[in-house]
Design a protein around this ligand. Sequence first.
Ligand code: SAH
Length: 257
Amino acid sequence: MSEPRHGSLRVVGLGPGPAHWLTPEAERTLAAATDIVGYHSYVARLVRGAGQTLHASDNGDELLRAQSALELAATGAHVAVVSGGDPGVFAMAAAVFEAIELGPLAWRALDVRVLPGVTAMLAAAARLGAPLGNDFCALNLSDNLKPWSIIEKRLALAAEADFVIALYNPASRARPEQIERAFALLRRARSASTVVVFARAVGRADEQVRVTTLGDADPGSADMQTLVIIGASTTRALERSDGEHWVYSPRSLRALP
Ligand code: SAH
């Protein structure tokens, strides 16, 4: 049997967890793929279709995973590379293009497309109200691929510029002290009353969202399933009648009462 030569590669975002945060386009693409490649915890969320091969990897090397996906596509497979959230936010899409840049020229003829997903920051923000309603930035706290000194510099400047800051990959067992250092830096730069949110496993059964302040926050409570949001000076926490809070950043920088 001769193999089809017109393979394709789709980099697909699965959203932060629940199936209803998967886009219809991503769902169709996953159903049509011959091969699905991804980190095992993401692949575990999927149901294998007839004739589909799942390539679940427990190797954290995203470049190697991207290369093997491209090799499959080059042989004619219809490959979906999956990431949690959006594939372009601290995830597989950048690894795929890095692999293409380093790889054989033939890979530049491949049919490659990135399909967007709901990134964790947006899902967490929607739970809270509108914390990203004014200027914000996102930082990846993992120093796997960049020196910690760069992370501290970006954090300090973002704090000084009074952005709302979304922190991805805030902590891991391998580096518990870094989130403590990040908070020590933020406490020097921003007032103790700054709104801080720990949004853990948003959209999943074990979701936990806590609203606190920079003064009271326990950075040690952030793990790798947590997205941390540091408010700007204008970000507000509104107490609801049930004692929970909405968090929003007003559109205008005019002071509210
Ligand atoms: N591509 C992903 C991010 C990958 S980095 C996206 O767009 O969301 C992994 C980090 O994302 C985690 O350490 C955590 O900070 C955040 N994250 C992913 N899913 C999450 C969820 N359901 N709830 C809270 N944070 C989440």
